[in-house]
Design a protein around this ligand. Structure first.
Ligand code: FNR
Length: 400
């Protein structure tokens, strides 16, 4: 098999994300074609063939008949970017300021709880963190990981990482997880609000498949002193008791009364994930959060809802200047551009990078991220939008 184009060392310093295209074409002159797929359809198909069926079911599956999950993707097809000429967009600037950090692009990796077991070596969280280090694309590390957060943070290089918290019922455990994230060097805390309980997922239900109950991806718990103190025996000797304890503490159905406590947990930027209603956004803003994360969890949690993209403009308006992170259904560079035009400050991708991970570890994730960025950059070049600030709702038209 021919080698995939190697990312250059100083990739994250590259201003031109489109360079990946040049690398691929020039590699072709010496007979090298890309190892990894160039379309999302092929990426998904090859990853599904490469990964064990139970993991494919967990990653690809969504809630109910997956209508909301599919609608997340097709919602992007209903918008078109209007090309502008005589702009001379020879240089583009995709960089973003987020909580005082200068990021090379608006793209980030959404938190995914089974990354560890998606990689062929069982250490997908570390492989993903290495791809973040290579590309400068931030990773939001999930609470549910196969390696502890300290090890994940250790692979991020100079790229900022955020820690995603599933708030446990035990406040002392929540505090311990956040302290550890701060000490590890994570730059923000993302609290996921829509998953204190798992949604109805027929694909996984039909094979009784729930990875955490089989002891997967609980390293942040089993390495935590507060969690360990609640166990009858070391998890190394008795994983079953650890799993049962985890079931008891995992999900906290938070209410607005908990927001002051959440806010008090950290002086890092606090972002709340899963907000789709403008009233919730206003209350979270009033409660002192630093960022809003508009997402419907990729359609995995609740079926029968709106595509996340459709609620984004109202969320942005209600956020009233607070940064808005967005994910759910992003499959291409064009999708990133459209989400930015509808007001997202930063745009997250979920399943696509997981499939890159399943196919080729760090190289596979790097390929997916670079392809997304090159496509977005080239779209802005061709269509005459040299900066993200040029991407406004007026740049888009609804497809009839
Ligand atoms: C997720 N997501 C998620 N979100 C979160 O806050 N914590 C988590 O641990 C997980 N775990 C997780 C596992 C898997 C397999 C998937 C696919 C997703 C949701 C994720 O952050 C994001 O919201 C969606 O993946 C975005 O949708 P797309 O890009 O997958 O369509």
């Amino acid at each position: 098999m021919s080698p995939t184009p190697r990312p250059s060392k100083d990739l994250k310093d590259h201003k031109d994300h489109k360079d990946y295209q040049d690398e691929i074409y020039f590699d072709g002159l010496r007979g090298v074609v890309p190892t990894y797929p160039m379309t999302y359809g092929e990426l998904e198909a090859r990853a599904h063939a490469a990964m064990p069926p139970s993991i494919v079911s967990y990653v690809a599956g969504g809630a109910g008949d997956e209508r909301t999950q599919n609608a997340n993707v097709t919602a992007f097809e209903r918008w078109g970017l209007i090309p502008r000429m005589f702009v001379g967009a020879a240089r583009r600037d995709l960089s973003v300021d987020l909580f005082g950090m200068r990021l090379p692009s608006p793209l980030f990796m959404a938190p995914v709880g089974v990354l560890g077991i998606c990689a062929q070596d069982g250490h997908g969280d570390l492989a993903t963190a290495r791809a973040a280090a290579r590309t400068g694309v931030p990773m939001i590390a999930s609470t549910l990981s196969e390696d502890p957060m300290e090890a994940v943070a250790g692979e991020l290089g100079e790229t900022p990482g955020f820690f995603q918290l599933y708030t446990p019922t035990d406040r002392a455990l929540a505090e311990s997880l956040v302290r550890r994230a701060e000490k590890s060097g994570f730059k923000a805390i993302v609290v996921t609000m829509d998953t204190w309980i798992s949604g109805w997922r027929p694909r996984d239900l039909s094979t009784s498949n729930f990875p955490q109950l089989r002891g997967h991806c609980l390293a942040n718990y089993t390495s935590d002193p507060v969690f360990r103190a609640q166990l009858p025996a070391d998890p190394e000797q008795d994983m079953q008791s650890a799993v049962l304890t985890w079931v008891r503490v995992f999900g906290n159905p938070l209410t607005w009364d908990d927001l002051p406590w959440l806010r008090s947990l950290t002086s890092l930027p606090l972002i709340v994930k899963g907000l789709c209603h403008p009233e919730d956004v206003r209350r979270a803003r009033d409660g002192g959060v630093d960022g809003i994360y508009c997402s419907n969890h990729g359609g995995r949690q609740a079926n029968g809802g709106l595509p996340a993209l459709d609620v984004l403009p109202a969320v942005v308006e209600a956020a009233d200047g607070l940064p808005v992170l967005f994910d759910s259904g992003v499959r291409s560079g064009a999708d990133i551009v459209k989400a930015v035009a509808l007001g997202a400050t930063a745009v997250g991708v979920g399943r696509p990078y997981v499939y890159g991970l399943g196919l080729g570890g760090t190289d596979g994730v790097t390929h997916v991220l670079r392809s997304l960025l090159a496509e977005a950059d080239l779209l802005m070049a061709v269509d005459g939008y040299p900066t993200l600030a040029d991407l406004t709702p007026e740049a888009l038209q609804r497809v009839q």
